[in-house]
Design a protein around this ligand. Structure first.
Ligand code: FMN
Length: 376
């Protein structure tokens, strides 16, 4: 059943959050495409994002883009947010999205230990992370020193100011899925014995410092979105926060440091975050808890409009068919979130939002593996 039986009007109300001026509540979720040779987004990347903006999405959150650190990641085809040619490529993407009435923010990304031992980009540079541990616990590269941490903070700030200077409408920090910032939060990948490790408060310190440094550099009005997750690439059942109180310990200092919008990444938007709690508390999703605890505008995400879940980037990844968004609309009516990020459904169907608005959901294009491998 693909037809939505409830009114969708609420999701088409505009919203302004500082520099972000969205015509509706739909965001394109950040999705790595690796179609930018030497880190430079070309005309095909501009056309790809333009098509989604023309298809009615309010905000595009770009694929993960590298911050200027030599040990940022392994891939030469992931776009960068530094260097004249990469920034010129992004400027053309930004202009195209604005021409179509959309807003766009880059997702700033550093992989930390997930860069791995054999990177293609800067192979002579050692991989660095909080404790020199990959997500599966195996040693990789080396732990950060205090001066590494200073340089790293500067790299995030440089990427954010580059984004502002070429006309992006804000930035999103990739603090999810087990990459660098999340490696600080997770007790499996952060076993540091200095003030950046130990308690949950201490593990939150570096992410908070990055946010504060960006806020100071970009000014008060430039929107900062922060993406986080309980799950990791190799552990869908992992948890940073075991309870709402622990979630507060992580989120409140981030908000105090300058985050404007929180983006909890879940794989199914309707799943309870703390199902062990009694009553309604046990039903609330991670977006609902995030909004309840912080009061900040919050983005929900995960299998919106699709009948099967996002899994790791394997070629066997399943196809997924369109389904209705009734549960999402009920949660929205309950005030559990403010924005909705749509991932795979927008890969297969650039006009997904337009078709929803016009009641043409029967025309939504099913998601297939090839959509992951094509830039169309
Ligand atoms: C091809 C692909 C690439 C992705 N790359 C990123 C990424 O760069 N950064 C990120 O935070 N999430 C990434 N994700 C996760 C999505 O942002 C989104 O959270 C996930 O696909 C669930 O949403 P969906 O069910 O609507 O697809 C990626 C997902 C896919 C399918």
């Amino acid at each position: 059943m693909t037809e939505t039986s409830l009114p969708t009007d609420g999701l088409f109300e505009p919203i302004t959050i500082k520099s972000l001026k969205m015509r509706n509540r739909f965001a394109m979720a950040p999705m790595t495409r690796a179609f930018s040779p030497d880190g430079i987004p070309g005309d095909d990347v501009t056309a790809y994002y333009r098509r989604r903006a023309a298809g009615g999405v309010g905000l595009i959150i770009t694929e993960g883009t590298y911050v200027p650190d030599p040990a940022v990641g392994p891939d030469t085809r992931v776009p960068r947010l530094y260097g004249e040619n990469s920034l010129a490529g992004w400027k053309s993407v930004v202009d195209a999205v604005h021409e179509e009435g959309g807003q766009i923010i880059p997702q700033l990304w550093h992989l930390g230990a997930e860069r791995g031992p054999h990177p293609l980009l800067n192979p002579g540079v050692t991989t660095v992370s909080p404790s020199g541990l990959a997500l599966d616990g195996t040693p990789v590269g080396r732990p950060f020193t205090a001066s590494d941490l200073d340089e790293l903070r500067d790299a995030w700030v440089a990427a954010a100011t580059n984004a502002r200077d070429i006309g992006f409408d804000g930035v999103e920090l990739h603090g999810a899925h087990g990459y660098l910032i999340d490696q600080f939060l997770w007790d499996r990948t952060n076993v540091r014995s200095d003030s950046y490790g130990g308690s949950l408060e201490a593990r939150t310190r570096f992410p908070v410092e990055v946010v504060a440094a960006i806020r100071e550099a970009v000014g008060e009005d430039f929107a900062i979105v922060y993406r986080f997750s309980q799950w990791k690439l190799n552990a869908f059942d992992a948890r940073i926060a075991q309870s709402p109180d622990e979630l507060s310990v992580v989120l409140k200092p981030l908000v105090a440091a300058g985050v404007d919008v929180l983006h909890p990444s879940t794989r199914r938007y309707w799943e309870p975050a703390f199902a062990e709690l009694p009553g309604a508390d046990g039903e609330l999703g991670l977006a609902g808890w995030t909004k309840k605890l912080t009061g900040l505008p919050t983005i929900t995400v995960g299998s919106v409009g699709l009948d099967s879940v996002f899994t790791k980037a394997l070629p066997t990844d399943g196809a997924s068919n369109p389904t209705n968004i009734d549960r999402l609309l009920r949660q929205y009516e309950n005030g559990e979130f403010d924005l909705v990020a749509v991932g795979r459904a927008l890969l297969s169907d650039p006009e997904w939002v337009l078709k929803l608005r016009e009641g043409r959901t029967a025309e939504h294009i099913p998601y297939r593996n090839e959509h992951r491998n094509l830039l169309h």
